[in-house]
Design a protein around this ligand. Sequence first.
Ligand SMILES: Nc1ncnc2c1ncn2[C@@H]1O[C@H](COP(=O)(O)OP(=O)(O)OP(=O)(O)O)[C@@H](O)[C@H]1O
Length: 592
Amino acid sequence: MKPALRGMGLVLVTAVRMSPWQSLLCLFETLGKVLAALAPLFIGIFATGALERDLDRMVVAAVALVGSTAANAALQAVGVNARVRQMELVGHTFDARIAELTARIPTLDHVETARYLDKLQILRDNENVLGGALNTLINLANTLAYAISVLLVAGAADRRLLILIALGSARLLTTRWSTRWEKDAEEAGAAPGRLTRHLIDLSLSPAGAAETRVFGHQRELRRQIGVAVGNWRRPSVRSTDRKAVLAGGHSAVFFATATALLVWMTQDVIAGTVSLQSLVVAVGVLQSLQTVSSSFAGAVVSVTKVGRNCARFIWLRDYADAAAAHTGRRQAPDRLYDGIRIDGLSFRYSGARRDSLTDITLDLPAGAVVALVGENGAGKSTLVKLLAGLYRPTRGRVLVDGRDLAEFDLTAWRSRMSAAFQDHTRFEFTAQRSVGVGDLAVLDDSERVHRALEDGAAADVVTALPTGLSTQLGTTWPGGVELSGGQWQRIAIARGMMRQSPLLLVLDEPTAAIDAATEHSLFERYSAAGRHARRHGGVTLLVTHRFSTVATADLVVVLDQGRVVEVGSHSELVSHRGKYAELHELQARGYR
Ligand SMILES: Nc1ncnc2c1ncn2[C@@H]1O[C@H](COP(=O)(O)OP(=O)(O)OP(=O)(O)O)[C@@H](O)[C@H]1O
C-alpha cells in the first residue's frame, strides 16, 4: 500500500483507538451536511405550495425546512466539538510520536545529513497538518456527503444542472496542478526554512547574541534573516497566488454558465415546459453546487497534503525501525576480559570528500586508562562516537572482547558505558538532577551524586551554589543560577562519573574549558576515578589535544589526520622522540 494511504489509515486507527465514542460523534457533522443539502428542495416545495395556495404542502415544507435546519445545527455542534477534541488528541499523539521516533534512531548519521534534515523540517513545518489530518479526513467525508446529496437534488430538479456538475468536476482535475505547486513549494522552502531557524537561534541564544554584538553583526544577521525568510516563504506565497488565479478563473466560468442556464430555464418556465418548483430548486442549488466544487477541490488538495505528510511520517517511522533493526541483539557483557579492539577501522562522514579516520587498528586493554591525544581535527571525537556506536564504521570493526559492536544491542551497550562529551549538554535542572541524569536509576540519590562530584573534581562547583544540590541551574528559570563554561563542563564530567563500573568511560576534552595549570592534577583525579572501573575490566579513555597532561595514563595513543601515528606509555613515547615527544615538550614549555 502507498505510504500516504498507510499514513492516513494510521491516523484513522489512532483516532478510533484513542476514543471510539468521540470518533463516532464526529460523523454527526456528516449527517448534518446531508440535511443541509436538502434545504433547496424544501424551499422549492414551499414556493410551489404558495403558488398553488396549497397550505398543507407549505406547512410540511416549512416544518421540514426548519426541522432539518435545527437538526443540522445540533448535529454540527456535537460533531464539531467531537472533531476538535479528537484533532487535539490525535495531533498530540503524532507530535509525540515524531519526537520519539527521532530520538529512537540509535545512531547520529541522520542528524548530520541535509536530506534527512530537510525532510524533518517539512514534517515540523507541517506538524499541525499531521495533527489536523483527522480534521481533513472528516472534512472530506462531509464534503462528499454534501456533494452526493446536492447532486441528487440538482439531478431531480433539472438534468441541465448536470452541466454545472461537469464544470465543478473539471475543477477537481485542476487540483493536480495545485497539489504539485504546493509540494514543490514545501520542498523548495525546506532548506531556507532550516536556515531561518538557525539564524534566529543564533540571534537569540546567549552565546550567539554575545558574538553578534561584539562583531557588530546584528544588522547583517537581520539582513540574512530577511533574505532567508523571503526564500523560505516565497515559494509558498507563489503557490498560493497561482492557486487563487486558478480558483478565480474557474468561478468566473462557473457563474457565467450558471447565469446562462438560469435564463434558459426561466424561458422554459414562461413557456410552461418546466415547473416553477424546478426553477426555485435550481436557484437554491446553484450556490450549493459552487460551494461543493470549491470545497471539494479544497478538500482534495488538503487530503493530498495530508497524504504527503502522512507519507513523510511513515518514512520517518520506517527509517527509525530500520535503524533500530540495524542494531544487534547481543547484550553487553558484565565485565571485560580482553578489552576493546579497533580493527582496520575507517570512517567518512556522509557527503565528506575524505575519510576522517583511516585504517585504525588499536587495542584498548581491559582495565587500562588510555589517553587519546591529537591536534584539533585529528579525529578524536569521531573515534569516540564510533566506540559509543553513534556512527557505524565505513570500513572495519570495533570488537568488544572479540565480539563485533555491530552485533550488540546499542541501547544495552550504552547502558554499560558512560561519557562526558566535548559538546556536552547544559541540563538546566537542579544541580542534583543535572548530575544525576548520568544514571537515571539513582537520579535522586544525593550520596551518589556527591561521590560523582568528587570523582569528577566538581564538588567545589556545587559547594559554592546557594542551596547546594537543590539549586536550580540556568538563570532563565525562577531562582536559577548561571555557571561558567568550565563549571558546566565539570558538572558534565561528574554526570559521566555517575554510572558505577562502566565498561567504557569516555572523557572527551574534559579539561578544554579549564586552565592548563590545573589540568594535570585533574587528569590524575580522572585517571584515579577510572581505575575504579578496573575491577570489571572497564576501559577509561581520556581525550585531549593537550599533550602535556597525559603522562599518568597507562597507554597514550597519538592520532594525526585520522591515523594512529604512535602508541605506547608516556616514557616510551618520550624516548621514541616522535610527534608525541615533540609536542609534549613544546606544550609543557608553554605552561612553565
Ligand atoms: N559532522 C561532520 N561532518 C563532516 N565532517 C566532520 C564532522 N564532524 C567532524 N568532521 C571532520 O572530521 C575530522 C575529525 O573531526 P573530530 O571532531 O573527530 O576531530 P577532533 O580530533 O575531535 O578535533 P578537536 O580537538 O578540534 O575536537 C575533521 O576534519 C572534521 O572536519
